[in-house]
Design a protein around this ligand. Sequence first.
Ligand code: CA
Length: 245
Amino acid sequence: MTIKDRVLLIEDERSIGNLIATLLEANGYDVITARTGQEALSLATSHCPDVILLDLGLPDMDGMEILRAVREWSVIPILVVSARTEEKDKVAALDAGADDYIVKPFGTAELLARIRAAIRHTRTASGNAQLAHSGIFTVGGLSIDYNSRRVYVDGVDANLTQNEFRLVALLGRYAGRVITYDAIIRQLWGPNVKNDNQILRVNMANIRRKIEKNPADPQYIFTEARVGYRMADAVPGYETDDNSD
Ligand code: CA
């Protein structure tokens, strides 16, 4: 099973939308498309994409409204793709939390490069130096490969599902820090999910079965009772190689 990065493409012009969707699918992305602002907001919260491509001129609302709404609950990378070329439009979008601004018409290679850069930047924004350098986070025998979206335990693929991977990937980005249940649910399932930790507990139980030697006594992902989860940033008994470069 291949886990693909999911792109939410918000574009009301069919010809441009189809062109971009075809390009992205050919380059290994899973694409969902919205043609109106309402549809975009609904898909952003229900599908929790890995990156959003946002056209500003939409039939029912301005893309800036979508940008602000999504930024209230998520750090998903958002690339504005717009025909508006004025500096003030770019500045407003970037100030409102856009990660990048691409002017139409654009080159396909450039678009792909900037999508990769935005995803990479989000992954490294945690200040996790090891991850920033290699795209791989390793602690003890556990290794999270953010490029191939796979998790290995002592070199063996743990076969995580998409949701399980997203949860482990999120904790890995902030290894050593407690991430609250609320923050995890918001990032993974969007702001409209009932704040029910059950969905999280079920996923975590499955993850622990797959990655921990003894799920009842975990060495990689710890529960901070009534607060959240924390990924280990070191595991006793394993060599650390903090000085490697
Ligand atoms: Ca448009």
